[in-house]
Design a protein around this ligand. Structure first.
Ligand code: ADP
Ligand code: MG
Length: 781
């Protein structure tokens, strides 16, 4: 045998000894006892046996039964015991960063190790992985990018795809790729793990792969719907109560306070039922989304939640409370409100925690730990707490019935982000979270008739999101024709969505006319940001104004650092206006705020600066670290002068150049500006009239002295809104809007000409003709 094999063998034996040592230690013993108590343990042998005999297996089981933490570990342990420890290479994907990180940490602890030894994780732009790491938890996106570099996943022995029931876009995509890969890699093993029971769908997708179910024990959970909750908690619905936030306004407005409770209750039920009938929200068509969103605005009934929580804290037996909210904004506002409450805000009685994707790990641990006696733990979470994390001591669940869901309106080519009703499967899942340690209670804050009208399962993400990044990935993975490839998905997306995405990629110059990847497209596919943001980064490097552009892109991919506390809105707005500095650009406003913070950090006064200017230090730090990653990636791609990296900032102070690069990146996200006497009319090519979010610096001005605004994103809420924008001039749009590389200058001008004509800017038509002539003359010379 070769030296190499000998080394592997020695290493494998070492790993075996080390594992045994841990199992023999008292802490290891304790851990093993805990692990043996999980339902998955009873199925361990059956699982391993089935995996030895089949290339693909599907495993389903209740959340918390030990799929994520145990199954990958069983495989690792059995490989180590068979003295193959050093050659196995197990990858387990997670749909979310936080679960990849927290699960890896947990599994390392269960093995008595530190992260980065045999167990590691890798998420976008961050990771903890050593040379001996044999079990890697990563996000699905990370595995997809790895496939980009190594189509056959050489060296990988096992792939475990977790939480497939969620039907995320990346997971559905990965399944197509893996299905294609399996015949080429007969030794590769694939495990699909799912929480709910539609395992047959996946099994048949993989040609009848065997399905193993882990029977789990959960205690019964009593479900209460709104009508019972009102009865048990004695909450009285009043006119204009916060409950209206649920949008059942019409219904409740009909009630008179003098009417008896029971009568009111039946009225609610029937009125809601009418609404349900008439809006038919069983379907997910766009129209339905719209009527639902009218029916049901963003925020949820905080006062009702507060009331229910108060009821639990005062009257119910001990046990943690898990509250499902729609999003981070809601969680934060509710947290603020609860903290001001005499009972719920009392830290000697209540431990109030928020559960969020990017929270610090110390805070994370608090969520899992059992609090001291007499202290009531209340965790506010998004639907992430439905399946990917398990908090053991939860006895009470409060379910607002909604989740923010992205959807995609292919007809208008517009992404929508709306709080939508969850599915029956989700509601059941949320309820189940209460029965982990003892019988539980679940408060569904909506009437039973609304629940009855929920759809059974959520629509897969592939069918409700724009497909641009995905199409780019298909091309760079050389998976052939985009539409043909996507037609092999578990459920294929609409042809129109695919067509829109391909058109878009052509417009920005990532694909040529024949749908082949361009040089730009190739570069974009390796940058871990949306295609347009990648394009902006590349242009920022080429035009040597990288610093501000990196800030803009990082800001757009993290979130805004500007805080708007409800009670200090005016102060916060005027702080932001300072940064806006009459540039008519949200993007440049962010650059100013960030640069100021960087300077303050240098004088050790970063926190003070944030405090004074209503900025989130945490977000600024996230932007900062993302910027650093961008820099290295661009350097790797040879877009930055290796000898003189500082050259990439020669023109960073030139605001108009930065504006132009922003325009080049965001095109065709553009609308025309018409300043009217009292208002400003904005118009895009597709939607006609659009509105600015009030948080935009351009949202509150009376006049915008630019003929155009470029924007990152439009979102359909009730009307179409654009979130952030930058004003650009005619000539900047003519020179930087569109794509010079694919159709040549002429094609570029033609396309732009089409846009301009459409938007009917007669004044610009002249400029266009002149510019075109000048440019043509220039070229002839
Ligand atoms: P599943 O993937 O089937 O939902 P997990 O493997 O995530 O289940 O969790 C199994 C059990 O491990 C949970 O019920 C919980 O008791 C325990 N567990 C998981 N993560 C942690 C953690 N970070 N800290 C403490 N216990 C944990
Ligand atoms: Mg899991």
């Amino acid at each position: 045998i070769s030296t190499r094999e000998r080394m592997y063998r020695r290493k494998s034996l070492q790993m075996r000894d080390q594992q045994q040592e841990w199992l023999d230690s008292p802490e290891g013993q304790k851990m093993i006892d805990f692990r043996k108590s999980l339902p998955a343990y009873k199925e361990k042998d059956a699982l391993l046996k089935s995996l030895a005999q089949n290339q693909v297996i599907v495993v389903s089981g209740e959340t918390g039964c030990g799929k994520t933490t145990q199954l990958p570990q069983y495989i690792l342990e059995s490989e180590i015991e068979a003295a193959r420890g050093a050659v196995c290479n197990i990858i387990c994907t997670q749909p979310r960063r936080i679960s990849a990180m927290s699960v890896a940490e947990r599994v390392a602890a269960e093995r008595g190790e530190k992260l980065g030894e045999s167990v590691g994780y890798k998420v976008r732009l961050e990771g903890m992985k050593g040379k001996d790491t044999r079990l890697l938890f990563c996000t699905t996106g990370v595995l997809l990018r790895r496939l980009l570099l190594d189509r056959d996943l050489r060296g990988v022995t096992h792939v475990i795809v977790d939480e497939i029931h969620e039907r995320g876009m990346n997971e559905d995509f990965l399944l197509i790729v893996l299905k294609d890969l399996l015949p080429r890699r007969p030794d590769l093993r694939l495990v699909l793990m799912s929480a709910t029971l539609n395992a047959e769908l996946f099994s048949s997708y993989f040609g009848g792969a065997p399905t193993l179910h882990i029977p789990g024990f959960t205690y019964p959970v009593r479900a209460q719907f709104l009508e019972n909750i009102l009865e048990t908690t004695g909450y009285r619905l009043t006119l204009n109560n916060q409950i209206d936030d649920y949008g059942q306004e019409k219904t409740w407005k009909m009630q008179k306070q003098t009417q008896g409770f029971r009568k009111r209750k039946s009225q609610i039920a029937s009125a809601v039922e009418d609404t349900v009938e008439s809006t038919d929200f069983r379907g997910y068509s766009h129209r339905t989304q719209e009527s639902l969103s009218n029916w049901n605005p963003d925020s949820i009934g905080f006062n009702l939640i507060e009331h229910v929580l108060c009821h639990i804290v005062k009257n119910e037996r001990p046990g943690a409370v898990l509250v499902f909210m729609t999003g981070w904004d809601d969680i934060n506002s509710l947290k603020d409100q609860l903290q001001a409450h005499p009972v719920l805000g009392d830290p000697s009685k209540v431990l109030l925690l928020a559960c969020h994707g990017s929270m610090a790990s110390s805070e994370q641990r608090l969520i899992f730990d059992k609090p001291e006696d007499g202290l009531r733990k209340i965790v506010l979470a998004t639907n992430m707490a439905e399946t990917s994390i398990t908090i053991n001591d939860v006895v009470f669940v409060v379910d607002c019935g909604k989740a923010k869901e992205t959807s995609y309106d292919a007809l208008n080519n517009t992404p929508c982000l709306l709080p939508t009703w969850i599915s029956k499967a989700s509601a059941r899942q949320r309820r189940g979270r209460a029965g982990r340690v003892q019988p539980g209670e679940c408060y569904h804050l909506y009437p039973k008739c609304v629940y009855d009208a929920f759809s059974d399962y959520q629509l897969p993400e592939l069918l409700r999101t724009p497909l641009q990044s995905l199409c780019l990935q298909i091309k760079s993975l050389q998976l052939g024709s985009i539409s043909e490839f996507l037609s092999q998905a578990l459920q294929a997306p609409e042809a129109l969505s695919v067509q829109n995405a391909v058109e878009y990629l052509k417009v920005i110059g990532a694909l040529d006319e024949k749908e082949n990847l361009t040089v730009l497209g190739q570069q974009l596919s390796v940058l871990p940001v949306e295609p347009k943001l990648g394009k902006m980064l590349i242009l920022g490097a080429i035009f040597k104004c990288l610093d501000p552009i990196m800030t803009v892109v990082a800001g757009l991919s993290v979130r805004e650092p500007f805080l708007m506390p409800f009670d200090k809105k005016d102060l916060a707005e005027s702080a932001k206006a300072q940064f806006a500095a009459n540039e008519y650009s949200d993007h440049l406003t962010l650059v100013r705020a960030y640069d100021g913070w960087k300077n303050a950090e240098r004088d050790q006064s970063g926190y003070e600066y944030c405090w004074r200017n209503f900025l989130s230090a945490q977000t600024l730090k996230a932007i900062d670290s993302l910027r650093k990653q961008f820099f290295f990636l661009l350097k790797d791609a040879n877009l930055i002068d290796q000898q003189h990296p500082e050259n990439c900032n020669t023109w960073s102070q030139d605001v108009n150049l930065v504006r132009a690069v922003i325009c080049a990146g965001l095109f065709p996200g553009i609308c025309s500006v018409v300043n009217r006497e009292k208002s400003i009319a904005l118009k895009t090519m597709e939607d006609g009239q659009v509105l600015l979010y009030s948080s935009s610096v351009n949202g509150s001005v009376s006049k915008i002295p630019y003929p155009w605004l470029v924007f990152n994103e439009k979102v359909k809420v009730n009307s179409v809104f654009i979130r952030d924008s930058t004003g650009v001039s005619d000539s900047v749009l003519l020179l930087f809007g569109g794509n010079v590389s694919s159709g040549g200058l002429d094609g570029h001008l033609k396309m732009l000409g089409g846009y301009l004509e459409f938007l009917m800017k007669p004044a610009l038509a002249d400029t266009y003709v002149t510019l075109k002539r000048e440019l043509e003359e220039l070229i002839q010379k």
